[in-house]
Ligand binder design. Structure first.
Ligand SMILES: [Ca+2]
Length: 265
């Protein structure tokens, strides 16, 4: 069975755009339309009816590329009061064992807050999102000319607009038990505020009798701020009744009210 794939090839310098179709044993695509002309979509020859393949341009027939391109790496960016600019390292749609011939890179897919935002053609490795003030998470995926899509890059987060000046919620359910010269401190994590535009929790500050002792980073495996238990073993230096405090701090260094627990050491 041969399924056809059609591609519109725009004028020089532009990117090919897929119009759909399923991957199969043979790929074929259209001729380049004249600039400004309607796209001239030529279906692939049916191999069963045309065993010689005379109707299909030989140069356009490739073994199916069924493997995704590599995941974009080194995704970084900057944000200001009106936009986020992303950049990443270029991806090559390399030949991989068992995946057929590489079809070549089509470009990159930008997702923002888990929704598709933009397509960036191959050869370009930056994208500027002119976004309203708010908090945004971005992912970059590579897509090849056979519509294989890579895994997403690690998610990165930016806040557009003025700095976050609102403290997170305080942690709750703070408790501690002492063993030897350490206290095992447990708390329920915080959510950053404002709820929709807060820059996000950075971690937690531990104080002992009013003195800063430790910074405990938030669990990086937790993609969004959320409710979970955290545990940290804090060495104790004071003796007697010792007051431990846990504060949440956000990425703009706003910190919450302390939640206190007193232990005997
Ligand atoms: Ca905040």
């Amino acid at each position: 069975m041969t399924r056809s794939r059609t591609r519109l090839v725009a004028s020089a310098g532009a990117v090919g755009v897929f119009m759909g179709g399923l991957a199969g044993g043979t790929l074929a695509w259209s001729q380049a339309p004249a600039q400004g002309a309607a796209a001239d979509v030529v279906p692939a020859a049916d191999a069963a009816n045309d065993p010689a393949g005379a109707a299909a341009p030989a140069a356009a027939v490739l073994a199916a590329d069924t493997l995704a391109p590599p995941t974009p790496e080194n995704v970084t960016g900057t944000a200001d009061t009106t936009s986020v600019t992303l950049k990443w390292s270029p991806v090559e749609d390399t030949s991989l064992t068992g995946g057929g011939e590489p079809s070549g890179l089509s470009g990159y897919l930008i997702h923002r807050n888990w929704e598709f935002l933009a397509f960036v053609p191959a050869g370009t490795t930056t994208y500027t999102d002119n976004a309203a003030p708010g908090l945004y998470r971005y992912e970059v995926r590579a897509i090849d000319l056979s519509e294989n899509i890579s895994q997403p890059s690690p998610r990165i987060r930016f806040r557009v607009g003025d700095h976050d000046t609102t403290a997170p919620n305080a942690p709750t359910a703070v408790s501690a038990t002492v063993a030897g010269d350490s206290a095992t401190v447990t708390w329920t994590t915080s959510t950053d505020l404002p709820a929709d535009t807060g820059i996000g929790i950075s971690g937690y500050l531990i104080h002992e009798n009013g003195e800063f002792r430790s910074f405990v980073p938030k669990n990086p495996a937790l993609p969004r701020d959320g409710i979970e238990q955290m545990t940290f073993v804090q060495p104790l230096t004071a003796v007697g009744d010792v007051t431990l405090e846990v504060r949440a701090v956000d990425l703009d260094n706003n910190y919450s009210a302390p939640m206190k627990v007193v232990v005997r050491h």
